[in-house]
Design a protein around this ligand. Structure first.
Ligand SMILES: Nc1ncnc2c1ncn2[C@@H]1O[C@H](COP(=O)(O)OP(=O)(O)OP(=O)(O)O)[C@@H](O)[C@H]1O
Ligand SMILES: [Mg+2]
Length: 232
């Protein structure tokens, strides 16, 4: 579904991702883990052309994405939930969801029903400003916004960042629920063990390079990976 070949990306003259290849099959959950500053966010942003691409190719459903506009990417079923500022805090939950995309009224109703179904805590909060919600609920709003446009592949950057421990598993379970309705997931996650445990496959990044790639389970069982990247 998504195939990245030898991508080099960064900011201006500074190359952060040094020739990295990765793929995601339809239906999978794939996780990217690695230390702070290793380039995980930069890699996700490169798929959405939000950073400078210095080389390599990004293919999505057999089509080169390098020069495709963001609008077209969204039309093709790609969606991105960034690490920060992924909702409008001063708008209500419902307004946030409605602004998630431009779809027909009928479609919007259909998608909203599905989203409230996936995230029941949002139902009674629908008229509350999103900024007043708990971190976990705010993340559900961000997921909801991404789901409005009926995405096929969602890129998630640290969906549990800043969440209280009790919300971490809850939110990761929601990621699983999103996958269960047929959405493919590529996610960056700091809770590496939890993320790999629920992932079909994973990649370990360090200093802008791919260090390991394997099934989620194999990475968890790899002693070197555990020692170096998963806290033993
Ligand atoms: N807008 C920017 N301009 C210049 N350099 C940047 C910019 N954003 C990030 N960087 C640099 O790129 C490198 C990788 O950052 P990135 O945010 O991709 O890492 P990360 O793996 O997502 O880290 P974290 O786990 O902290 O989210 C870092 O050295 C960072 O300082
Ligand atoms: Mg990051």
């Amino acid at each position: 579904m998504l195939e990245i070949n030898d991508i080099r990306a960064g900011y201006g003259e500074i190359e952060i991702i040094h020739g990295l290849s990765l793929y995601v099959n339809e239906g999978e959950i794939v996780s990217i883990v690695g230390p702070n500053g290793s380039g995980k966010s930069t890699l996700l942003k490169s798929i959405f052309a939000l950073v400078d691409i210095m080389g390599g190719e990004i293919n999505y459903q057999g089509e080169l994405l390098n020069n495709v506009s963001t609008e077209k990417m969204i039309k093709k079923g790609l969606s991105f939930v960034p690490q920060t500022e992924n909702i409008f805090p001063s708008l209500t939950v419902h307004e946030n969801l409605e602004l998630g995309g431009y779809v027909s009224k009928k479609k919007l109703k259909e998608r909203l029903d599905l989203i409230y179904d996936l995230f029941p805590p949002l139902i009674e909060k629908r008229k509350k400003r999103a900024g007043t919600l708990s971190g976990g609920q705010r993340q559900m709003v961000a997921f909801g916004r991404a789901l409005i446009m009926e995405p096929k592949l969602i890129l998630l950057d640290e969906p549990t960042a800043g969440l209280a421990p009790m919300y971490i598993s809850l939110i990761l379970n929601k990621v699983k629920d999103i996958n269960d309705i047929g959405v493919t997931i590529l996610m960056v996650e700091q809770n590496a063990k939890k993320a790999l445990a629920m992932s079909d496959r994973g990649y370990v990044l360090a200093a802008g390079e791919k260090k390991y790639e394997d099934s989620g389970r194999a990475l968890l069982e790899n002693e070197e990976v555990a020692q170096l990247f998963l806290g033993g």
